[in-house]
Design a protein around this ligand. Structure first.
Ligand code: PLP
Length: 715
């Protein structure tokens, strides 16, 4: 018997006949099922947009006559009944991939820890790629029937929304999330009080309450320290993502790692596999060791038992990107905890000791490496880089023998594929194609799609993007008091028939957003040719404390504003999952210019490829594996550079040459009539080769077969 219950605060007043819309609103399954989204949209399309695609706010605000109208519309009801049936079948499906492949053994449970989850734009509890990956991981676990439970934070103020000043300076705005308008439910005890866990921080105990989000079949539990018993400062502990304040940061990681384990225990879960997605959650391994020590084991034995059940995924190829804490901070936060582990200070620090040029630190990735049995990087090249980077932890081994493997990142197909393409693929790949996303052979049938049909959908998606940008610019012009040049910079002069390049990602300097601007005159000459114009859309946030990143945004924005660009360079504010969908579905070319080998994997290009957008990217991360010479374009080659300036110069040269000599001519070649036949052939090659391989379906099967199941089977 569970000693807790979860009650969605579902008090909508809905006509009886369509009552279950309230249930759909509280399960994120709707986020990857466009037919369900249409159920809401059809009732009141303007309100659907105004509420930023939030069904809970939508159902609260929608006018009763509109609900009554659809409740008597047989066409609507037919749609509704089919959606409810699909939902019920999905939730009760007993014939999942997991059941078919691993169901014989006793049902095990995988606990998945991550600091951020990118599930939908209405839940701003993610900052970038790591969060999107976690969100997609949870969704696909649900699709495959994998028994997984996820743990993270419900940040009360979420990640910021971005505004760009006239001079290109990023302003960060935080709003307090209204939990009663989000698909989160409190986890309640028998007295209807919200369940909490506590952890010890210096001189006090801090509580966190537990919320739940239902992601298809998979539950995600989120911790939140905004609890009455806490001091005002502690109530803000989990308000925001990734503080640069070390005290705040270590406190958050203690709440996630230690509090997360306690939360799962309180909920009655007993996972057999524990997955740390990035080192932020590595304290969870200490907490489990503490449990074993408390049960009478020595620390050595406890460590061995913990390792046997632990998987660690590293995402950071740059040493500075790994979380490191100074030792005084460890003394401050862990002096009591060490003795609960029966360890003295030196033994405790040995678990994560990192000798750096100026002394020693406590490295979270090192802690995670030491306390896990299986470890992986997120692309082939990143695996190699990680083995070299962490070689010092296994000093008696050669780099290639360092026990870190790789599983290349993928994306959740249902979440990122445009609705029209989903229907088109359904027609040519077979009705049940979504069951076979990772099957290469199935995708051969892409060649059967008539060029005109595929091209018509692509044109539709680009128009949709351009019109969406115009509406956003109109809102800014109407309400935000922006300068006229910002209206141009927001994309109002874009042409829906022009070759369009997208560049959207976090503005970290290694991603080199300015590489394509490095020879500005050459670029201007290329984009302004009368018959073959090119337009480029930039978008992306920079961490609020990352000054070089913000300067980079400013540099790009200042160039975008110049009259000589003819309004063909654009910067879109506030990159989030919604804008990401418009961009990866709407542009023609997806540009990615990281300084190799700093991009661990990248996933936005995978989303683009799925939608028939061609990748134009440095051979780093996933693209180094995906590129086959015919399914997009490479920038530069596989040279390893010591000198950044030289590398940037060589890459820029390669970029301009390929753009000028290959990409632009291919797009505008209409020698066989109205269609760019060669371009479309390349698109098909790209979809066919990349969609199955870089799907989250393939990725989760790899995690299950290579990491989760081996640990389960060894028991
Ligand atoms: C997919 C995605 C990312 C990650 O993409 P990269 O290729 O790693 O840059 C970041 N932010 C958002 C909003 C995304 O949708």
């Amino acid at each position: 018997m569970k000693n807790y219950h979860i009650e969605p605060p579902n008090h909508f007043s809905l006509p009886r006949r369509i009552r279950r819309l309230g249930e759909l609103a509280y399960n994120l399954w709707w986020t990857w099922n466009p037919d369900v989204q249409r159920l809401f949209k059809r009732i009141d399309i303007d309100l659907w947009e105004q509420t930023n695609h939030n069904p809970i706010r939508f159902l609260r605000q929608v006018e009763l006559p509109k609900l009554n109208a659809v409740a008597h519309d047989s066409y609507y009801l037919d749609f509704y009944d089919r959606a409810i049936l699909a939902f019920t079948r999905y939730m009760n499906n007993d014939n999942t991939w997991y059941k078919r492949n691993h169901g014989q053994s006793q049902e095990e449970l995988i606990a998945y820890f991550s600091t951020e989850f990118g599930l939908h734009e209405t839940l701003p509890i993610y900052a970038g790629g790591l969060g999107i990956l976690s969100g997609d991981h949870v969704k696909e676990a649900s699709d495959l029937g994998l028994p997984l439970v996820a743990i993270g934070f419900l940040y009360t103020r979420g990640y910021f929304t971005q505004k760009i000043s006239e001079d290109g300076w990023q302003e960060a705005h935080y709003v307090r999330l209204k939990f009663d308008e989000l698909p989160v439910s409190p986890v309640l005890d028998e007295n209807d009080s919200q369940l909490t866990v506590s952890v010890n921080l210096p001189g006090r105990s801090v509580k966190a309450c537990i919320w739940q989000i239902q992601v298809g079949r998979t539950p995600l539990y989120l911790l939140d320290s905004d609890v009455e018993d806490n001091t005002p400062e502690d109530r803000e502990l989990t308000a925001r993502l990734y503080s640069s304040d070390l005290d705040l940061r270590i406190s958050q990681e203690i709440v996630l790692g230690i509090g997360g384990v306690r939360a799962l225990r309180k909920l009655g879960y007993n996972p057999g596999v524990w997955h740390m997605n990035e080192g932020h959650s590595a304290f969870m391994a200490l907490e489990r060791a503490r449990e074993f020590v408390k049960a009478g084991h020595t620390f050595e034995k406890a460590k061995e038992l913990v390792k046997k059940e632990t998987v660690f995924t590293t995402h950071t190829p740059v040493p500075a990107g790994n979380d490191e804490f100074p030792l005084w901070l460890i003394d401050k936060y862990f002096s009591d905890y060490m003795s609960e582990l029966s360890l003295n200070r030196e033994e405790f620090i040995d678990l994560a000791r990192h000798k750096v040029s100026w002394g020693e630190t406590f490295g979270m990735s090192i802690l995670a490496m030491h306390l896990s049995e299986l470890r992986n990087g997120v692309s082939e090249l990143h695996g190699q880089v990680a083995r070299e980077m962490w070689n010092f932890l296994w000093p008696d081994r050669k780099a290639e023998e360092v026990p870190i493997t790789h599983i290349t990142n993928g994306i959740h197909t249902g979440t990122w594929l445009a609705r029209r393409l989903r229907h088109l693929y359904g027609r040519y790949l077979g009705r049940d194609w979504l069951e076979h996303i990772d099957n290469q052979e199935m995708w051969e049938a892409i060649d059967n799609i008539p060029d005109e049909e595929l091209w018509a959908v692509r044109r539709h998606l680009k128009r949709k993007l351009v019109f969406y940008m115009r509406e956003r610019a109109r809102e800014q012009w109407l309400y935000d008091g922006v300068h006229p040049v910002q209206v141009v910079a927001a994309g109002t002069l874009l042409n829906p028939y022009t070759l369009t390049i997208g560049f959207a990602r976090r503005f970290a300097t290694y991603k080199r957003a300015d590489l394509i601007l490095s020879d500005f005159n050459r670029l201007l000459e290329l984009i302004n040719r009368p018959n073959r114009p090119v337009q480029i859309i930039f978008a992306g946030k920079s961490h609020p404390d990352d000054n070089p990143g913000k300067l980079l945004i400013q540099k790009v924005y200042r160039m975008v504003k110049k009259a000589e660009t003819g309004g063909r360079l654009v910067f879109l504010e506030d990159y989030d999952m919604n804008l990401a969908r418009y961009l990866v579905q709407g542009v023609d070319v997806w540009l990615n210019t990281p300084r190799r080998p700093n991009e661990a994997s990248g996933t936005s290009g995978e989303k683009a490829a799925l939608n028939g957008v061609l990748n134009f990217s440095v051979l780093d991360g996933w693209w180094r594996e995906g590129y086959n010479g015919h399914n997009g374009w490479a920038i530069g080659d596989e040279t390893d550079y010591e000198n950044h300036d030289l590398q940037d110069q060589m890459d820029a040269e390669s970029l301009y040459n390929t753009l000028e000599n290959e990409i632009i001519p291919l797009y505008y070649d209409r020698s066989s009539g109205n269609l760019p036949v060669e371009w479309i052939a390349r698109m098909k090659e790209s979809i066919r080769t990349l969609a199955p391989q870089f799907s989250m379906r393939r990725m989760i099967k790899d995690y299950a077969n290579d990491l989760y199941f081996p640990l389960i089977d060894k028991k």
